[in-house]
Every structure is written in C-alpha cells, then in structure tokens.
Design a protein around this ligand. Sequence first.
Ligand SMILES: Cc1cc2nc3c(=O)[nH]c(=O)nc-3n(C[C@H](O)[C@H](O)[C@H](O)COP(=O)(O)OP(=O)(O)OC[C@H]3O[C@@H](n4cnc5c(N)ncnc54)[C@H](O)[C@@H]3O)c2cc1C
Length: 380
Amino acid sequence: MDFSLTQEQKLLRSSVREFAEAEIRPNVMTWDEAQHFPQELLPKLAGLGLMGIQFPEVYGGAGMSAVDYCICIEELARVDPSVALSVAAHNGLGAAHIAMFATEEQKQKYLVPLAKGDALAAWGLTEPGSGSDAAAMRTIAVKDGDCWVLNGSKAFITHGTSADTLVVMAVTDKSKGPKGISSFILERGMGGLQAGKKEDKLGMRASETTEVIMQNCRVSPAQMIGEEGQGFIQTLQVLDAGRIGIAALSVGLAQGASEAARDYTAQRQQFGRAIASFPSIQERLSEHASRVDAARLLTYRAAWLKDQGRRMTLESAMAKLYSSEIAVRAAEDCVQMHGGYGFVKDYPAEKYFRDVKLVTIGEGTSEVQRLVIARQLLAA
Ligand SMILES: Cc1cc2nc3c(=O)[nH]c(=O)nc-3n(C[C@H](O)[C@H](O)[C@H](O)COP(=O)(O)OP(=O)(O)OC[C@H]3O[C@@H](n4cnc5c(N)ncnc54)[C@H](O)[C@@H]3O)c2cc1C
C-alpha cells in the first residue's frame, strides 16, 4: 500500500493551488455578494484542463485519474467552494453522463466542446416535487412521430441558465417505474427549453442554480442517451462517481476552514497570549486536522476504486457522508474559534459556514447516503 502522491500529482496540487490563490481568492467575496457566476474564469480553468479533468485526451479532455480529479476539486474548494461546485457539476454530472453512456457521434458533438471548456454542462434530475425520491419525477417525454416531446420542470439545476448542453431525465413509460425513465441531451436555445427562477442562496452563491422548464420541447431520437428506459440506471452510476467529487469538495472546504482557524488562533491574542496556546483550541485544531485526513483517505479510496474500474457505490457513499459531515463541523468550529470575527465578512469563516451546508444536501443528502450504505451492507 502506497499512500504517497506521485510527483505529477504533487505538481498538479501546487499548480491548482497557485491558480486558485491568484485568480480566485481576490474575487471570492465580490462574487459571493453579487451572486455572480464567474463565467470569465472558464477559459482559465480550461487552460489548466479543469473543464475536462477525467475525459480522454482524444475527446479534448486532460485524461487525468479520479484521484487527480479529487486533488483539483479539493484545491478549488479550499479557496472557493462555489467554483469547485460548478467545476464538479460540469465535469462530474453533465459531461460525465455523456462520457459514460453516449454514442461516439454524441461524444464528438457534445463531449469534445465540454471537455475543452468551449461549452458548459448542466444535469437535470431534481424536480420541485422529487429530490431524494428522484424516480418519482414528473417530467415526461412522449413520442410524437419521429420526435420526443418533453414537458416538465427541473429544480436547483447548477448552470440551468448558462449551460450550453443539458442532460435531463424524463419519464418515457410511466408503467415501468424507474425502468421507464430515459435521458436526453438538450441544447440551450432549443424551442420549448428555458431557464426559470435563479435561486437566491444561503451559500455557494457564485455557483448558478436555476429552475429549468421544458414546454413542448421537441427533440430528435438522436438526443436520447443509450436506450429507452436506461436513464435511471445511468443516473445511479453517474451519482456513484459524482459523490466522490462532492466528498473531495468537502475535504477541500474543511481543509480551508481548518487552515483559517489555525492561522487566526495563532495570531489572536487574549489573556496576554495567542489563543492557539489554550488546550481547548489545540484539541479542536487537532481533531479537525485528523478528521480532514480521514475524510481524504476515504475519498481517495473511492477514487482509486473508480480508477481500477471497480464498483464503489458503498465507498463513494461513505466518503461523501463522512467528508460532508466533518466539513460542517470544521466550518462551524472555524466560526467559533474566530469569536465575533467569525460572524463578519472580513474573515473567510462565515463564508465557509454558509457554503458548507450544501455538501450534506447536494447529490444525495446525508440521510440518503446512509440508506445507500445500509442497503449495500444488508445485501452483502
Ligand atoms: C446548490 C444546489 C445545487 C444543486 N445542483 C443540482 C443539479 O445540478 N442537478 C440536480 O439534478 N439537482 C441538483 N440539486 C438538487 C439536490 O440534489 C437535491 O436538493 C437533493 O437531492 C435533495 O432533494 P430535495 O431538495 O428535494 O430534498 P428532499 O428529498 O425533499 O429531502 C428533504 C429532507 O428529507 C429527508 N429525506 C428524504 N427521504 C428520506 C428517507 N427516505 N429517509 C430519511 N430522510 C429522508 C432528506 O434527507 C432531507 O433531509 C442541487 C441542490 C442545491 C441546493
């Protein structure tokens, strides 16, 4: 067993860190307050290969591994979790669905521009009435002559307005339950497809989240991914891998919050000495550092299994559950260790605290992760 990163991985970590410190850190609070999704950053992210991290080079991607992917997402989240969320949604949901299940022709048409960063992806599963119980979706696709006609709406879609390419799930045969769900590729500007309300969020405010509405949206059969009825099975596999990304995002966020707490407590003087010299502060700093490391190991294990082409439903759910829960505690304690300064916007603590709550909700809540884990344990 070798726990060390390769030279290339160490270099990758330092170049993404350098980029995040130089290009993202100075803008974090401006983007957050304006709820500005920084599309101007996308060409720079693409320049580092971050818009096509794991996609093969023949499709314009960077051909990196799942462990490399974790390193990239961690380093972005350490500085700005919103940017990391957008990169993870683009790479790990919309584009990943196409990379995993689309035909060669669909990959040439859609994956290549996505992987190069010339286009942005979104993925539409959640609806106003169905989140954890995703199979209860009501968006329908009905055959009309040669075409499919989609009607319905999707909620909380990352890049719902700005995406060029959207993968959406819709019911094509209600009588078959989850086996009657299919997936389709939609393009921005198609007749009948429009973005709805942009959400005004607690955190992750620089990542765009909107409703997506389909009203008699007609698409050719060439827009279906895989066979009719395979959409839900595909979704479960996309989520297995996608959760590794949210686990890595949680690790990066917890790392950032822990470092902010360490730096602040080392310089803040009370009772004539740095507060980091008090045993209760040291206890918390060391607990968070240990938890972040444990979360990182769980996350890298799930990523390593993915790289081996092995199943990782159990391991990715464990990584997502543990990492997101410890990140919430790290961010909360970061505020606490800053005292009143943790409650104001001059320090990064309050933003980590607002951003972090998403990680126990998105791509399956903590309760859903526990269901997935229990199902795997009981089936063993
Ligand atoms: C910022 C943001 C970005 C997002 N991006 C996307 C995206 O790009 N694409 C997309 O498709 N979706 C996206 N989502 C949606 C997200 O995946 C859902 O919000 C999430 O899956 C939870 O669904 P819900 O909000 O409907 O909550 P619900 O499913 O209604 O859950 C409410 C509560 O009930 C609990 N609960 C539900 N069922 C059970 C059960 N069986 N046992 C115990 N507890 C249960 C949940 O854990 C939760 O605590 C995004 C959400 C946010 C906030």
